[in-house]
Design a protein around this ligand. Structure first.
Ligand SMILES: [Ca+2]
Length: 659
């Protein structure tokens, strides 16, 4: 009904040819080595892929307001900021089915301005080769247009009309995804898929007074919405939220409830909203469906209790985000964080200056910026100067690198942008087909030519390597309390070494052999739900290769945090020592507590010049002249004693073998 009320004046943006470089910037973990006709995404099993078939992960933000006010708030400014300043490659845009057709009392143009604004936002994304997720957020609960506008249990008959119209508008637009309904809730899986009778209580104003009113309506199921969209010829990816407020996907992949796409359709992606108060059994509720469908975490976030801003505390916020991001990365999911608006909590920004909130925004911003820059930077000058390009994990021929703006022969320095959980392994090959002599590096290389001499690189491969705590199970010696000493390397944060007497206190852990390490995480007294006042205040951390000569890598005064993350240049070390000068924050400060000393790096080491069995055989054309060899290089301190030569895959096996 009412479709004839307006004629769309909006045109889909024409498909624009992508350059490889643009694709590189837009899509983490995807590199388009060839020209693409457009950026259209499709599902392939449990992955989202680009037109070249490469996996794409969408990392972005929700920019709300167009669901509650038809003019939007700070639109399109917020979307531009999300893309350009926060490095999102996806914006989820909540919408309102009444506004689209102009049914709000304050709209007098039949929705024309609203539709124009949505189209303008889509154009902003397309110009950047980034993506807009159109999300139907507010509907009518089965009542008439303009009535009971808000979040409801299920979409209604008007939603069907909305999607027929929106699908025609953005039919096969390469940068538009359709999120068919925000958060279905309090319904069965059968109603979710097939529709059916839904009862709800809504708040209405009658005679100037607010009152509750029961409504019932025939909800439209997710399958009917998909069918309506496909019937317009629109094959855009469709995103579907689970039950329980868009969270629960436990039965979405069951034969009985599985949604069906047309053969031409670009596929179905499932959306989940794992807020902190939701069930934590993500493997059953989400990952099970994630084996069959790509998953996008369409909303998440956490915020302080308004009545008690200190509760939950900083550790809680950090743990929530770290757990969530690690899980997203581990399963190759995509996400859009809630929300890039200072008034729709959990808020990512404090105000319209876009300053991130300390409890949510900082974590999201850091992740997005790291993801966008994640990978390896190749420079045509020594010491990370000159022109540079960033590459994501993948394989690159000379032609790929030249297309991205870097002749492999001109690479002078290499920087690996490691983050908390991931490190990179870059392998350089003398031939253009990932064969020939190979050289592997896991640390920054300030002067590649010096190491290569007159040899040249033709192709390269970049992989990610998960960092592991190599100190787990290490033997421990301490100033006193030796009976509990094993607790600092048992990998269990709930077990601790605690001493109460006065005087100097120290703990030394032993990796068993000299290793190349670059990060220590010291965990003090308390995690979540424990007394943070027992965290050590003044302490220092030192490392040693021989147990005699020590190098201090960190010193703290007045620490209050549970966790101290200590990063330093890759260094040869076997022993890690923690000296505690002032313990607990509770006078007389004599209690010293450590729950865990974690060490990250490569376990064991080999002497320089050792040949590795993993390297390829001689290349036959002399580019790398001579025998196969392998090296690991890093920029660093003069005090670094040993350059450890190793191969990560072998090393990881060895770590597992000794754990
Ligand atoms: Ca422990």
């Amino acid at each position: 009904m009412q479709k004839s009320k307006y004629l769309t004046a909006l045109l889909c943006a024409a498909a624009v040819a992508l350059t490889s470089t643009a694709a590189l910037n837009a899509v983490p973990f995807s590199f388009a080595g060839t020209e693409e006709a457009d950026g259209t995404l499709r599902t392939k099993g449990s992955k989202i892929v680009d037109p070249t078939g490469r996996e794409v992960r969408l990392y972005g933000l929700n920019c709300p307001s167009l669901e509650w006010i038809h003019t939007g708030e700070h639109m399109p400014e917020a979307v531009i900021t999300a893309f350009d300043q926060w490095e999102a490659n996806l914006v989820r845009l909540p919408m309102n089915q009444d506004f689209w057709f102009g049914y709000d009392q304050s709209q007098t143009d039949g929705g024309k301005a609203y539709r124009r604004l949505i189209s303008e936002i889509v154009d902003i994304a397309a110009e950047r080769k980034k993506y807009i997720w159109l999300d139907l957020h507010w509907s009518n609960g089965g009542t008439e247009w303009g009535m009971n506008t808000g979040q409801h249990r299920m979409p209604d008959k008007n939603s069907l009309v909305f999607w027929e119209s929106v699908a025609k508008e953005f039919r096969n637009h390469p940068y538009v995804l359709f999120g068919i309904y925000n958060e279905p809730h309090d319904i069965s899986w059968d109603v979710w898929k097939n529709g059916g009778l839904v009862f709800e209580s809504v708040e209405v104003t009658e005679n100037g007074k607010k009152t509750s009113k029961s409504i019932k309506y025939e909800a439209v199921g997710m399958q009917a919405l998909i069918d309506a969209i496909r019937a317009t010829g629109a094959n855009n990816i469709v995103i579907v939220g689970g039950i329980d407020w868009g969270f629960d996907l436990s039965k979405a992949a069951d034969e009985k409830y599985r949604l069906v796409d047309t053969p031409e359709g670009n596929g179905i992606v499932l959306d989940t909203h794992p807020y902190p108060w939701k069930n934590k059994n993500w493997s059953l509720l989400i990952d099970k469906a994630g084996k069959h469908y790509p998953i996008i975490v369409g909303e998440f976030g956490t915020g302080p209790d308004k009545n008690d801003p200190d509760k939950p505390d900083e550790t809680y916020f950090k743990n929530y985000h770290e757990t969530l991001f690690n899980w997203i990365e581990e399963h190759n999911y995509s996400f859009a964080a809630w929300s890039f608006h200072p008034g729709a909590g959990p808020c990512i920004i404090r105000d319209w200056s876009y300053e991130p909130t300390p409890f949510h925004g900082v974590y999201v911003r850091d992740f997005l910026i790291k993801a966008a820059s994640r990978g390896v930077s190749l420079f045509d000058g020594n010491n990370y100067t000159g022109k540079s390009i960033d590459i994501k994990p993948g394989k690159y021929t000379s032609a790929d690198l030249k297309a991205a703006g870097m002749d492999p022969a001109s690479i002078k320095s290499v920087k690996l942008n490691n983050d908390h959980s991931l490190a990179y392994k870059l392998t350089l090959f003398s031939n253009d087909d990932f064969r020939g002599s190979s050289q592997t590096c896991i640390y920054n290389i300030p002067d590649l030519q010096a190491l290569l001499a007159d040899k040249t690189v033709k192709s390269l491969k970049l992989e990610t390597v998960k960092l592991e705590n190599i100190n787990k199970g290490s033997s421990v010696e301490c100033s006193s309390g030796n009976d509990q000493s094993g607790a600092v390397t048992d990998g269990d944060e709930t077990t601790r070494w605690i001493v109460d007497e006065e005087g100097p206190k120290w703990v030394i852990t032993d990796l068993g052999t000299v290793c190349t390490i670059h990060r220590i995480i010291l965990k003090h007294a308390s995690g979540k739900n424990l007394n943070k006042h027992n965290n050590n205040q003044d302490f220092k951390v030192s490392i040693s290769a021989d147990g005699t000569s020590w190098t201090e890598v960190y010193a703290a005064t007045g620490n209050k945090d549970y966790e101290s993350v200590i990063d330093f240049e890759p260094s040869a070390a076997r022993y890690v020592k923690v000296d505690i000068m002032k313990g607990s924050q509770i006078p007389p400060h004599t209690r010293a507590t450590i729950s865990e000393i974690e060490v990250y790096g490569l376990k064991g080491s080999e002497t320089a010049g050792e040949r590795s069995a993993e390297t390829q055989g001689g290349d036959g054309n002399g580019s790398f002249a001579g025998n196969p060899w392998i090296w690991l290089a890093f920029s660093g301190l003069a005090s670094i004693l040993v350059i450890a030569l190793t191969v990560l895959s072998r090393r990881k096996e060895r770590i597992r073998g000794t754990a």
